[in-house]
Ligand binder design. Structure first.
Ligand code: SAM
Length: 363
């Protein structure tokens, strides 16, 4: 039995599984999920040819609770502590691998990864060190190109423990660019709050690198609803924007000193810009997700912004079901009352906790 492994935030396994079950079903795959609370991943079991199909067709960018997923090539449950490379080479010689995944060979790069848990953290130093000899061994076995290539699939060695490892792959056109699907972002020393990293990550995840200069650029106007103390405003200012920061709470002085921020002490649900010259609306108000969704939809429909990034807080139990409902409502409203096409993306970012981040823009 093959399948896929989806990496997720520990504690969100059931949401990740519910989403996988639904979205693989829509692609005509009828496997089942195996998972345990807090393990930081979900296994979706299915036949090898289905796993290969999902690696291509299950679009990572459309999954909310999955940071990265890999199709399973081989599972090794009793990895010896000596000569691990040979054991992994041997696992890849298996007939099912040769029959079903010949097209993956040779892969263009390798990532040695762990779940995002304490066990994983303990293994991460070993994984870093093991990457070089494993890459060497995979090259010898014909499983990797002599030079790194981003046109070929990526091999993943996913260490669940020091003796249990899953070998898998992802296609370069359907993968996260980061190890474990986690961007390593530097916390700026002068940012007013840690949540600044959420918006930094959101820009990286939702706006492709080659479009960033045009879509997130200096001189644009932005509105930040629920801005205090200014972590998100900091990211907008850093990118050269002029920001209307709406919040009754105080904004960090350092931000006000830049001259790029106007602090507006008003209710974020009532405020509207005087001119239709706002490109970015961002919103981190702690409020009912349905209410935030409606507010964002109104801004977009009335042309008060071109693009919006906002958080939906998820204190409820069945989070995937709730999120699917909120997002469907937003899509239906935009479709019914909007005048054009739009793009909607949603992700539980690495820096998100009990929440997800949503991006919507008119195309
Ligand atoms: C999570 S904090 C925002 C943190 C901010 N994004 C940062 O990075 O520093 C939520 C903020 O929303 C503000 N807020 C909540 N309800 C609001 C409302 N109706 N109007 C304006 N601000 C609101 C709160 O005052 C609080 O400062």
């Amino acid at each position: 039995m093959s399948g896929i492994i989806a990496y997720c935030r520990p504690g969100f396994e059931s949401d990740c599984a519910a989403e996988l079950q639904e979205k693989t079903g829509l692609l005509g795959s009828y496997g089942y999920c195996q998972t345990q609370a807090q393990q930081g991943y979900v296994i979706y079991r299915c036949a090898a040819e289905e796993a290969e199909h999902l690696a291509k067709k299950l679009v990572l960018n459309e999954l909310i609770f999955t940071r990265q997923f890999i199709a399973i090539l081989a599972e090794v449950k009793d990895l010896p502590s000596q000569d691990r490379v040979s054991a992994l080479q041997l696992a890849l010689l298996d007939d099912t691998v040769q029959e079903n995944f010949a097209g993956v060979k040779p892969a263009g790069s390798l990532r040695v990864e762990t779940p995002d848990t304490n066990v994983g953290k303990e293994l991460s130093k070993f994984c870093r060190k093991f990457t070089v000899p494993l890459r060497q061994g995979l090259r010898q076995a014909g499983w990797m190109t002599a030079k790194e290539s981003d046109r070929r699939p990526t091999l993943h060695a996913f260490f669940i423990s020091n003796s249990e490892v899953v070998l898998g792959f992802s296609y370069s056109f359907n993968q996260s660019p980061w190890l474990m699907g986690i961007p390593r972002l530097r916390m700026p020393g002068d940012a007013p709050s840690r949540s600044t990293l959420k918006l930094d990550e959101a820009f990286q995840v939702f706006v492709p690198a080659h479009e960033r200069e045009e879509r997130v650029s200096s001189g644009m106007n932005a509105v930040d609803l629920g801005a205090a103390p200014g972590g998100w405003t900091y990211q907008l200012v850093r990118r050269g924007m002029m920001v209307q920061a709406v919040d009754n709470g105080p904004m960090a002085e350092t931000l006000m000193d830049t001259g790029q921020v106007k602090h507006i002490q008003e209710d974020g649900f009532k405020f509207r810009p005087k001119k239709k010259n706002v490109t970015w609306l961002v919103c981190d108000m702690v409020e009912k997700p349905a209410r935030v969704g409606e507010l964002m939809t109104d801004w977009l429909l009335e042309g008060d912004c071109k693009e919006a990034i906002f958080n939906l807080k998820l204190p409820m139990k069945r989070r995937y079901a709730a999120v699917a409902e909120y997002l469907q409502h937003i899509k239906d409203t935009l479709q019914e009352h909007g005048r054009g096409k739009f793009e909607l993306q949603a992700k539980q970012l690495y820096h998100d906790r009990e929440e997800i981040t949503v991006h919507i823009r008119w195309l």
